[in-house]
Design a protein around this ligand. Sequence first.
Ligand SMILES: [Fe+2]
Length: 435
Amino acid sequence: MTTSSEAVALHYQSGFGNEYASEAVAGALPQGRNSPQRAPFDLYPELISGTAFTAPRHENRRSWMYRRQPSVVSGRYQAYAQPHWQTGADREIALAPEPMRWHPIPLDNAEVDFVDGIHTLAANGDAEAHSGIAAHVYLASRSMERRAFVNADGEMLLVPQQGRLVITTEMGVLDVKPGEIALLPRGVAFRIALPDGPSRGYVCENYGAQFRLPELGPIGSNGLANARDFQAPVAAFESEAGSYEIVKKFAGRFWRAPMKQSPFNVVAWHGNLAPVKYDTANFMTIGSISFDHPDPSIFTVLTSPSDTPGTANCDFVIFPPRWLVMEDTFRPPWYHRNLMSEFMGLVYGEYDAKPGGFKPGGASLHNAMVPHGPDEEAFDKASHADLKPQKLDNTLAFMFESRFRFIPTAWALQSPALDTDYADCWAGLKDQFKP
Ligand SMILES: [Fe+2]
């Protein structure tokens, strides 16, 4: 049985970081050993380790693939130009201590595929130091045809905003629609087809520790994102003959090499390193049922820890549809300034702290100790609202929150989408002290 990835009937294996096991041909997966002298059907065993061999067991991620050719079989690499994709903090850029916002990044002139369509808005840290992240948008209108991509610098968290993504990976196929996210491990080859045409979304490229589910503490054993709602693909391989181009991101630079065969030639695999997708509609949201509201850490879907406990390299946080029932409470986010730096995007709907100014496909950036909060309109409305139970519906905002300051790229600072009047949304807040 062979399968073409676009036509494959999609099945998934549920769980996060499980010992998944899948074979596209019955009997292809060796039993009882990982690398027998001859693997079934004379497939080549190949190991991918996403962590150091000696990483603690609960963090250790690796998978065994049984493939028609090992991935080392390729032509020579040559330099490839992707000028819009930046890696790590650019210290040459003077970073003003100001709130920043971008209008929706337009999809015009996007006659490119996912790889060429990535534009970095802001980045921090250093990929060589395994720390920090980049916040990108992708603006693409073409499927990747006979072309695969490998990111050796970090894992990629994809947040589609417009258009479905059909992601063919070495481990199988994920079909991901807006409202869902995909997490693609460092080093795993993938290609992305765009069945809905022009497509836009956000990417967190994580140079640091792999994303995992947060600890739940007093919440207990259930809640937030439940492990069983993550879906890994089942094994699927391409049987069509013909060459491929492989594009690799390696140490912040891009390289291309020809391949005589599809890199998606894994007939069976097992292990706990795998691409997964997750539908944010399955997020069990927790909030206050008395007064005030908790810190937004209560909305953490996935976390990439740093070496300081509780101070994340990156938290991926969502603001999904939810009920607000708190009494005697200013219900939108308070005015605040934090140690952690916040990059936000909006998938659809309205964000309650900025009902007019923050649009789907746009972004905002509030770096460490940069004050921000509800705009004038939101403050006025929330201060006088009749506090009945209220459903915030048809909305999905998210945040990449990091201990490291995000530095916008030159492209982001020069983009016509940069909202140069953003700070004016607070200008009308008057001193209303009435002693
Ligand atoms: Fe904030």
